[in-house]
Design a protein around this ligand. Structure first.
Ligand SMILES: [Cu+2]
Length: 422
């Protein structure tokens, strides 16, 4: 069940109910049909763990199938700049096979626009998967650019794979040439947080946008490494140089690679900006703004990729319990309020949202439910295109289940609210 299908069916259900209430005699049959629709158990279980991300499809033999297409395009930043990128994408609304895609018209008609990072791939321990990479070529680069006909691969970073399906070109499998395809076959052995990225001309291809999260689940429950969670967010931190990308687009070469310098620091391909309503900002992305309720446990899958920046992620008001590093459960966990994460690393943390009124006794920090920020404490990562605060910053948007801790609660009986009394 993909999201579009789900939205379509939900809309059909709502429309059905609405029409039934308006003219029960005319639309009774149709309304009855839509009312009995429900997700299969398998579909419900999948949504439970993919958190709204598009799952793969099952082949006839039951194997998970993903078809990833490489292409290029533009992403819009919060300052309005359109940055040319290339990366992986997939069919509209699914990871289905739409055949070989070779023209710009086919790309626009059949595929989702390219994103940075591209959409997560969800896998399951012990369940075989086939990931097919289709190289569609470039469609928005200069005609004479050397980038136009390059090969790509997928390296499954952190998975324990044989070299044949590990995506390092010619070790021993050749990279995927323009207008050809290759299928990687995997049998995930460990649950955890991983990433995929291209391994051809890695510096240029990765930094141009060729990366995505890979999340391997133990089962269909909301647990990770044996820990239960209520909500999960994947925050992919990365660097982008619009200058280098433009040079690649024009000529296929970045001039003075040793001087490569990011001008954007991203969370899930977006920057924060002080215009809180900007549609392209981090906090306007439901995948990146961390919404939770009191008493809940939030799993954050932190990932990073880039040239040289080490992100130092710091949430205000909360400590994070580190439960796994690089896709392996720690034998004992530890608490941090600032997590340094460098290119290639994955760090999984739990944030336990307290019940503010009963569990926080410190008056100065007992702000209750509400908004706190989480930002890169290596402050370079808070500056994009010379502007601050424009970079790797998101928010915890914590909501109260109890009236006592709601923002309007500070006044009680005309007296200042005192959490010690609760
Ligand atoms: Cu590549």
């Amino acid at each position: 069940m993909n999201v579009l299908k789900l939205i379509g069916r939900t809309t059909a259900l709502l429309l059905g109910i609405a029409m039934y209430s308006i003219s029960p005699n005319v639309f009774a049959e149709e309304a009855k049909q839509t009312e009995v629709w429900s997700l299969s158990q398998d579909e419900q279980d999948l949504i439970n763990v993919t958190n709204g991300d598009i799952p793969g499809d099952r082949g006839k033999d039951g194997v998970w199938e993903f078809h990833l297409y490489t292409t290029d395009g533009y992403i819009e930043m919060t300052n309005g700049e359109l940055v040319w990128v290339f990366g992986y994408t997939h069919a509209k609304g699914s990871f289905k096979n739409v055949g070989e895609v070779t023209t710009k018209e086919q790309v626009e008609q059949l595929l989702e626009p390219v994103k940075v990072p591209s959409d997560p791939v969800h896998l399951f321990v012990g369940e075989k998967a086939r990931v097919t990479l289709h190289n569609t070529g470039m469609h928005c680069a200069a005609e004479h650019s050397g980038i136009n006909h390059v090969a790509h691969t997928i390296h499954f970073h952190g998975l324990d794979l044989t070299p044949a399906v590990d995506g390092v070109p010619s070790l021993p499998v050749d990279p995927v040439l323009e207008h050809t395809a290759f299928t990687y076959e995997l049998l995930p052995q460990y649950e955890g947080s991983f990433m995929g990225h291209c391994h051809v001309d890695s510096f240029n291809h990765i930094l141009a946008g060729m990366y995505f999260p890979i999340i391997i689940h133990q089962d269909r429950s909301k647990t990770a490494y044996g820990y239960k969670y209520d909500r999960d967010y994947t925050l992919f931190l990365s660097e982008l140089s619009s200058v280098a990308n433009e040079q690649l687009q024009e000529s296929g070469v970045v001039h003075g690679l040793q001087d490569w310098k990011a001008d954007y620091y991203l969370i899930n391909g977006r920057t924060f900006t002080d215009n809180l309503y900007h549609p392209r900002s981090v906090i306007n992305d439901p995948r990146s703004r961390i919404v939770a309720y009191e008493d809940e446990t939030v799993l954050l899958r932190l990932m990073a990729i880039g040239a040289d920046h080490v992100f130092a992620l710091h949430p205000h008001g909360y400590h994070m319990e580190v439960v796994a590093l690089d896709g392996r459960k720690l034998k004992s966990t530890y608490d941090k309020d600032t997590i340094c994460i460098a290119s290639g690393e994955r760090i999984d943390v739990l944030v336990r949202i307290p019940h503010f009124a009963s569990q926080r006794k410190c008056l100065s920090c007992n702000l209750g439910a509400g908004i706190t920020i989480m930002h890169d404490h290596n402050l370079r990562g808070m500056v994009s295109t010379g502007k601050y605060p424009m970079g790797a910053l998101t928010i915890f948007d914590v909501r109260s289940k109890s009236k006592a801790a709601q923002p309007e609660a500070p006044l009680k009986g005309g007296k200042p609210y005192n959490p010690l009394e609760h």
